[in-house]
Write a protein that binds this ligand. Sequence first.
Ligand code: ADP
Length: 440
Amino acid sequence: MNQNWHGTLIRHLLLLITGCLLVGLISGQYGWSLAVGIGLYLGWTLKQLLRLHEWLRQHKPDEAPPDGYGLWGEVFDSIYHLQRRDQRVRGRLQAVIDRVQESTAALKDAVIMLDSDGNLEWWNRAAETLLGLKTPQDSGQPVTNLVRHPRFKEYFEQENYEEALEIPSPTNDRVRIQLYLTRYGNNEHLMLVRDVTRIHQLEQMRKDFVANVSHELRTPLTVICGYLETLLDNVDEINPRWSRALQQMQQQGSRMQTLLNDLLLLAKLEATDYPSDNHPVAVQSLLQTIKNDAQALSGQRGQQITLEADPSVLLKGSEGELRSAFSNLVFNAVKYTPDKGNIRIRWWADAQGAHLSVQDSGIGIDAKHLPRLTERFYRVDSSRNSNTGGTGLGLAIVKHVLLRHRARLEISSVLGHGSTFTCHFPPPQVTRSRMVVNDE
Ligand code: ADP
């Protein structure tokens, strides 16, 4: 087709020049007739160009192009067809977008699209109910201005979105929502929000049940243990056959008391929202008292317990919770390390934050148990546990306390050679003692 128009155009030009030359031959003015001929042709071309411009500027979507002669007519038609094709493609695309929007609008879960700075770009209807977003006023607003929970801000600013975040809904405190963030495209964020109130209520019922049962059992158990103690104090007056039985009953009774105390502590940790207290805790002196208690627990077993702690490094958090977590780690090391073994406690800070490590030369743990070790009542070897009097809740408590202090637990162990439990606290949780800073 291009080829054809090429030839036609050349033919037309040759015809024009021949016509002009003929007029020149008749009039004797070759130069003038050629100039007038070319001028007329140029004028006609410009007129067609103006018609095209006018049509493009004013035409309605379905309006046909103006009639054109020759190549100009072809140009008008081609532009018209291109526009029609473009309209059809746009129509199809719009239909797809409408369908996607309709289906996401029907979702019970909220879907929110955010730009790379966290400003709202698009959301579905469920987002209005779950997060209280308003269309169109909130468009372009930073999401952290609309979801104001402190844990959300922290979650949004961190780089790692592997785990979901659960918080109360900004529109209704009784509704519990779970948020998932994912990055896509050019560092934009996709946020999915689910209503998990029902699951949360069931979980709450389970926690309340455990807490209530533990609490109710505590009083009768205290009475039983008290009477057992009185009976054992007067052991001479009772039948010697009962003495061993009473001793065992007292042993098991105090084991049950420890178990209930651990269960109640776990229930308390779960019941309160974190972050917990944010007072600077002097970890070094805390570790010193734990070391003394561990020494007493170790007794005559000849274990070597050492403490290396930087006194200038303080930790923001709850002293009571940290004491429970750290003492669990240290007492475990004592329990699971044979006589004359070594236990090394270290507390230090670096660019990654502050770290507490408890290293022992004990029996170690097989690698296959490590991922499940912090589960409640998980036992590496149940027979081993009954000897040590463990409850199986110690490491679950450690995990919870660390979670509440934004820290993580790292466990490395070699069976038969010993274990190292390290708690890693992020830099925002760490603070330096002013006294030591002044000394520097
Ligand atoms: P327990 O009260 O039974 O010690 P924990 O939750 O503290 O419960 O520990 C879970 C299990 O992990 C223990 O039963 C024990 O088998 C193992 N464990 C914990 N600490 C150590 C350690 N330092 N060395 C070897 N095994 C350990």
